[in-house]
Design a protein around this ligand. Structure first.
Ligand code: ITT
Length: 199
């Protein structure tokens, strides 16, 4: 079967495609559809946005689609940046801009507790939601960016049980414990069962 990974974020695409390695599924990306339009992310929750994106891309392409909506929730900021993580410092903001804004907002705040959340939705070729999964990764926000691995807020996020940021830890660690890895585990078992039932 074919599955479109409906994300314009290269970091997410890489993490998702690595995990799908063992399954007999041909992955497509938005690069295969250069004319495709991106949806407006109007949902109030990660789940709402993941569903909206999966259905949007599947109805445009006629393909089963997996979409990811994710972000960082910081306790001392009342859960911000949350669903606006990608545009925290404004529309078109770069990762560095968002990180700078986050560190400015937190200043010397001692409560650095935070979590990454990832919602993933699977839509069939008709735009019908077939599966929804969530993964969470708890941690704290560092005082300064450290490390170059990953993307987004990885250089300021120290996962629970570690003293390094995702920017410093190897991608192997992130692929085991991240919010996305946890949501993907559920997605992969959904597809294993689905394919198993068809054969
Ligand atoms: P698509 O909607 O096309 O998938 P996007 O980057 O706009 O791409 P989101 O709206 O879900 O995706 O925003 C997610 C943002 O949350 C992302 O841009 C990062 O800033 C942050 N984020 C999510 N997962 C992350 C991770 O694993 N590491 C670091 N930052 C992450």
């Amino acid at each position: 079967m074919k599955l479109l990974v409906g994300t314009g974020n290269k970091g997410k695409l890489l993490e998702i495609t690595e995990k799908f390695g063992e399954l007999p599924i041909e992955l497509k990306s938005l690069k295969d559809f250069p004319e495709i339009l991106q949806p407006e992310e109007t949902g109030r929750t990660f789940a709402e946005n993941a569903i909206l994106k999966a259905r949007w891309y599947s109805t445009q392409t006629g393909l089963w689609t997996l979409a990811d909506d994710s972000g960082l929730e910081v306790e001392a900021l009342g859960g911000l940046p949350g669903v606006i993580s990608a545009r925290y410092a404004g529309v078109g903001a770069k990762d560095e801009d968002n990180i700078r804004k986050l560190l400015d907002e937190l200043k010397n705040e001692r409560n650095r507790s935070a979590r990454f959340v990832c919602s993933m939705a699977v839509s069939d070729e008709k735009g019908i939601l077939r599966f929804l999964a969530e993964g969470v990764c708890d941690g704290i926000i560092a005082f300064k960016p450290r490390g170059k691995n990953g993307f987004g807020y990885d250089s300021v996020f120290i996962p629970k049980g570690f003293d390094k940021t995702f920017g410093e830890l190897s991608s192997l660690v992130k692929q085991k414990i991240s919010h996305r890895a946890r949501a993907l585990q559920k997605i992969i078992s959904f597809f294993s069962d689905f394919i198993g039932n068809k054969t």
